[in-house]
Design a protein around this ligand. Structure first.
Ligand code: FAD
Length: 690
């Protein structure tokens, strides 16, 4: 048959699409991040400059490039800190770069008098962060082809490496370990140790500080750098505008990018571009004393967003009003909060972390992690700008003395404003250039939540299940309150009729910049995950999810109950759920009964209530009691899923499983552990832990 015009058009589109896919748009110069341009000064590479590392260094007169592989912003923050320190202490010409923006076959062209640094977070199950996937595959690949094709391709390369990991995960710091090995295999020379920071032990910051000093000494020696007294040099200039006011439409009052500012927001919605989603439904799953658990549903119809059961929802929070006020006040900026600032990167390779022109208020409220843990190094930087000598001495001490810092700052969960207030005894810190805060405080990060709804059952409505973060801190008058969950709590109150909700004494700018979030919206995006039910529903599954760890399993059960109702053959489904008391924090208690009705014998809920009996019972104990059944299911190729607390529960479940296999199969525990390892490797054992 002859092709008609329509066929030809369709085929051409498919062909062009295929080319675009395989060339990643490089042939056409397609810019990957369409929102990059909406920021004032984006990273050089994004602005259409070279993806060749050596060329970039040459063009921008740099001798040190610091790449980050970052998911939650910490690695990016450490990269910036290394860049600043390298410049101020050693006169290195540094630049920070997103791994995603470069091609790594050009690593072999970097001359030996320059240094390349890698700050690499390991994500989840030993995976690279989203922005590091291509880099990781390239360098660790067996047949990496470098530009010049030399036998020892990286013989000229000097590099430095630091990894961010979590020892509670199976593949601790896999990224830095694997990359370090691969670089050495290609002949590169590492300076200093390949550092490893451990979030699991809560020592990330101290691990970083302990690693970097010997590294700098070794690098200074190798590159013949001279140390000088570090003076603060701003990377960004923030200048009050003479002409603009908050009434001007081009001023950002918290809008995440240009399309949002202009009211033309459209997809794709992702980590650079949130969807302002209407909240369709919200309620509390339980409220006991000061513990609250939220069930929130956002409507994604009309957004072109989609999700799959097992994915994560990212929520973009807003800082609490009182914390914004406190921060601005201690800097002496209260009166100027609505002053419009133009923001410029003084170094063309630096990236302004928020869109501008904007105001102090908007920067602090929407873009800075002002409530997060304080960096000890940052306190040392701020000492130079202290309001008086006594304060300066105290700041220097806090910055230099690990134990003292821990005792005074960490144990009280102080945030930066809290430290400045207490050290300065109420004096204003108006000498600190605001740029120092922009550079020294992390970008406010979206928080992730395991989606608790099934995309088969409710494709247009995503639900999450979140415990409101609230902790009593010994020695502190007020409790500590998490950023995102308390914001969500306030949204829930508003959705349920409270026009001006106050939660734990905090209020939030719920209607968002220029009231654009009114009608109760929350900025979100969806992050796809590998935590997935078997594609064949007849396969048995074992789910272990105490507390909010049950979130994705509520989705799994919603899905399997629907499949059963539709007449599909659904395999056995065991759910181990644990909480304190059956009468207190038993999540989705009534729903499980409905799923039971739909699935009959195919579904069994096994509960562990830790505070009901004389002894504490946890899910891992219940799992052990069911050793025989669990082993049989695993022999029938059941998939096993663990969600929730990474530090204790997930580890123990892993250990118990190995014991079950050993006792049931008459093998050694070591062998049992090996089987569990293989199950993980083949995705028969999946974790979604935090
Ligand atoms: P934050 O403000 O981020 O505080 C969190 C913690 O950080 C505090 O408890 C404290 O330990 C520490 N901290 C913060 N500030 C300080 C300070 N100044 N000093 C010292 N320590 C400090 N949660 C759920 O409830 N349900 C889920 O389904 C869920 N799924 C998740 C899935 C993934 C993949 C991940 C990564 C996390 C998930 N979480 C889930 C956790 C969630 O993302 C948030 O971490 C949690 O809700 C707390 O957020 P927050 O902004 O309220 O608290």
């Amino acid at each position: 048959a002859e092709l008609d015009t329509l066929d030809i058009i369709v085929l051409s589109v498919i062909l062009l699409g295929t080319i675009a896919y395989f060339t990643k748009g490089k042939l056409w110069g397609i810019v990957k991040d369409p929102y990059g341009g909406s920021f004032q000064n984006t990273n050089g590479a994004k602005a259409g400059k070279s993806r060749n590392i050596a060329e970039m260094l040459e063009e921008s007169n740099k001798n040190c490039i610091i790449f980050y592989g970052s998911q939650t912003g910490t690695a990016e923050d450490y990269a910036s800190r290394l860049a600043k320190e390298g410049k101020s202490r050693f006169g290195l010409e540094t630049m920070v770069a997103d791994l995603e923006d470069f091609d790594f076959d050009s690593l072999d062209s970097v001359p030996s008098d320059k240094v390349v640094m890698f700050v690499l977070a390991t994500y989840g199950e030993g995976e690279p962060t989203d922005n590091a996937v291509e880099f990781f595959e390239f360098v660790t690949g067996e047949d990496a082809q470098f530009t010049q094709g030399a036998d020892v391709p990286l013989g000229n390369l000097t590099y430095v490496g630091f990894g961010l990991g979590n020892n509670t995960y199976e593949h601790y710091n896999l990224m830095i370990r694997a990359v370090d090995k691969a670089l050495q295999r290609h002949g590169a020379t590492r300076v200093g140790e390949a550092g490893e920071g451990d979030d699991g032990a809560g020592t990330m910051e101290e691990d970083f500080l302990a690693w970097k000093d010997p590294m700098w000494a070794a690098l200074a020696e190798k590159m013949g750098l001279e140390e000088r007294e570090a003076v603060y040099e701003p990377i960004f200039s923030l200048t009050p505008s003479e002409t603009l006011s908050i009434n001007d439409t081009e001023v950002y009052l918290g809008e995440p990018n240009k399309m949002h500012l202009e009211g033309t927001a459209k997809g794709p919605f992702n980590a650079h571009n949130p969807y302002i989603a209407p909240i369709a439904e919200s309620h509390e799953l339980f409220t006991v004393k000061d513990r609250n658990c939220l069930h929130i549903e956002v409507d994604i119809s009309g957004s072109n967003l989609s999700y799959q059961t097992g994915d994560h929802l990212a929520v973009w929070p807003t800082n609490a009003g009182a914390e914004v006020d406190r921060f601005l006040s201690v800097l002496g900026l209260t009166e100027k909060r609505n002053t419009v600032l133009t923001v410029k990167a003084l170094d063309p390779t630096a990236k302004v972390p928020f869109p501008a022109p904007t105001t102090y208020d908007a920067i602090v409220r929407y873009h800075m992690e002002i409530c997060g843990p304080v960096s000890r190094q940052f306190l040392a930087t701020l000492a130079a700008f202290a309001p008086d000598e006594e304060t300066k001495a105290e700041m220097t001490k806090l910055g230099g003395d690990k134990e003292y810092f821990h005792e005074k700052v960490n144990t009280h969960h102080l945030n930066i404003a809290g430290v400045l207030e207490s050290v300065g005894k109420g004096k204003k810190w108006s000498n600190v250039p605001f740029s120092a805060f922009v550079e020294g405080i992390n970008k406010l990060q979206p928080r992730y939540y395991s989606i608790s709804s099934s995309s088969l059952v409710q494709p247009q409505k995503i639900s999450i299940t979140a415990v409101v973060e609230s902790q009593v801190i010994p020695g502190r008058a007020d409790a500590f309150h998490g950023v995102a969950t308390n914001y969500l709590f306030a949204l829930k109150q508003k959705q349920n009729g409270d026009p001006n909700p106050t939660v734990f004494g905090q209020t939030y700018e719920i209607t968002g910049p220029r009231n654009k979030y009114d009608g109760i919206h929350v900025p979100i995006h969806v992050r796809h995950s590998n935590f997935k039910l078997p594609s064949d529903p007849s396969k048995p599954v074992i789910c272990i999810g105490p507390g909010t760890g049950v979130a994705p399993f509520r989705a799994f059960l919603q899905e399997r109950a629907k499949q059963a109702t539709d007449g599909e053959n659904v395999g056995e489904t065991l759910l181990f759920f644990g909480c304190r008391k059956s009468t207190e924090d038993f999540l989705y208690k009534d729903e499980w009964e409905e799923y039971k009705k739909a699935m009959g014998d195919k579904f069994e809920l096994i509960t562990a209530f830790s505070r009901e009996g004389p002894k504490k019972v946890y899910v891992q104990h219940r799992l052990k009691e069911r050793a025989e059944q669990v082993n049989k299911l695993l022999e029938a190729k059941a998939y096993i899923y663990v969600c929730g607390d990474a530090a204790n529960m997930a580890r123990e479940v892993n250990a118990v499983l190995a014991q079950i296999l050993a006792s049931q199969r008459g093998i050694s525990e070591a062998k049992g552990e090996e089987i569990v390892k293989n199950m993980r490797a083949s995705n028969q054992y999946q974790e979604d832990v935090w």
